[in-house]
Design a protein around this ligand. Sequence first.
Ligand SMILES: Cc1cc2nc3c(=O)[nH]c(=O)nc-3n(C[C@H](O)[C@H](O)[C@H](O)COP(=O)(O)O)c2cc1C
Length: 217
Amino acid sequence: MDYRVFNTDEIDHQQCYRLLIGSIVPRPIAWVSSIDEAGVPNLAPFSFFSIVSHYPPLVSMAVSEKTHAPKHTSANIQATKGFVVHTVTDDFAEKMNASSANYEADQDEFAEIGLETVPSDLVDAPRIKGCPVAMECTFEQVLKFGDEWVTDLVIGRVLRWHVREDLMLEDKYINPHTLQPVGRLGGPRYCRTHDIYEMQAPYIQPDVAHPNTPVTG
Ligand SMILES: Cc1cc2nc3c(=O)[nH]c(=O)nc-3n(C[C@H](O)[C@H](O)[C@H](O)COP(=O)(O)O)c2cc1C
């Protein structure tokens, strides 16, 4: 079988982007609400999103610049500290996509998209009404990467989860079958989570697991 080889120093930033978003798939989508110092709320999706650590519960989003200015999400989080990460599910996919449009800083994207909000408990940024899973987070730190193209790796600490009651399994787990999360692929492509199977890890025995090892992932 032949392979194509791409060397980073021989391709431009767009081809790096295409290869990354095609190779690292499917990606979860953080649907992030934030708020600026004037109280204008903001909403945008980020698929360069991951868990940094499970205890303390830290998450990261890589927010790239937009025409040499920071995106509102990164600027807001650094200014007002609190934000909310919502899990994107089938029912919300189109509104999530709509929220990635270029809105001005003083535009309320929730109103533009037709989403209702409810106040958060611990942070100023609002929560999307009806979203099945939301995490209230506080800003932890930002790491900056790149010269030509600056990316803010924003790290936040989860303070509180809001999980819709019917999604809970044994009062402990979030049921992926009923959650129906959406994943991001390369380009304009997405995937649904409708074909779930199980595979037990060979090395983790619930009774001998290290206390820091979640036995069911
Ligand atoms: C599914 C999806 C995932 C995205 N992931 C990212 C990402 O990881 N990083 C990023 O900088 N932009 C990402 N974007 C683009 C931002 O959502 C978009 O630039 C948005 O307008 C930023 O809004 P803001 O300036 O209000 O923060 C994504 C867009 C979509 C539709």
